[in-house]
Design a protein around this ligand. Sequence first.
Ligand SMILES: Cc1ncc(C[n+]2csc(CCOP(=O)(O)OP(=O)(O)O)c2C)c(N)n1
Length: 288
Amino acid sequence: MAINQEDFLRLETKARDLRHLIIDTVVWAGSGHVGGSLSAIDIMTVLYHQTMKIDPENPNWEDRDRFILSKGHIGVGLAPVLADKGFFPKEWLKTYNHTGSNLGMHLDKNKVPGLDASAGSLGHGLPLSLGLGLSAKYKKQDFKTYCLMGDGECDEGSLWEAAMAISHYNATNVISIVDRNRCMMDGRTEDVMGLEPFTDKWISFGFNVIVINGHNLYEISEAIDQAHSTSDKPSVIIANTLKGCGVEFMQDNYMYHYASFDAEKQAECHRDINSYHDTRLVEAQGGL
Ligand SMILES: Cc1ncc(C[n+]2csc(CCOP(=O)(O)OP(=O)(O)O)c2C)c(N)n1
């Protein structure tokens, strides 16, 4: 469903608040995968606060939409989203990645209410999503599965095997999303393993490819609508993003794939996130 101005303001505020919560969770944990969390948070905000049919009171509801975080290293990005939705107490975030906590660095489906799959070993989320999509088709359930992948993750062969099968079975109930931040763990994607022409690769696998600015809430929502209304091919949304988006010293810098912050840096992150939010509000009003 396309978003209106009121939705935009609600989602924009939520995205800002979640960015703050991600930074605090990294600090509580001592360190974390912050860069790829901040690149993906706008996408997760739209999914969890606009698109997906979910019920925090009933996390295992059979007909719920599924979210498969294939780039499972950003548990520190997803856990704040799930806590904020009410799947578990926000207090848990203070124990993220501590010994004995329910929240490990790579989230565990058996311990985290609202989590649809344990992940962390890259390249497995899309095959899993294919399974969910096919099972829904055969059982005549109408839920959708949204699979979020990293672009560095697209170096994994298993992902392309799943893409081939999603296309073969025309599993349009699986919506693939790539967080195209052009950075991976220790380099830029095009230096480590070139992905371009990336769009052509997905087209040749039989996909409807939708390329968007992954930090524009309107574009994210419209891309999801377009994916929903395309029935002759499965869709992939290539979301152009920035690693570390919203915090200037981290932005577009793969060195912040994983980081820790002292109190001074934490405060700088929070200041930057607030001014980034203000800029986005002005931009949305056509002011920049
Ligand atoms: C199979 C596998 N190999 C290596 C890793 C280690 N690893 C964790 S994150 C990462 C980089 C992933 O890059 P990308 O998918 O672009 O993630 P993002 O930049 O969006 O965080 C790697 C290689 C892993 N988790 N799984």
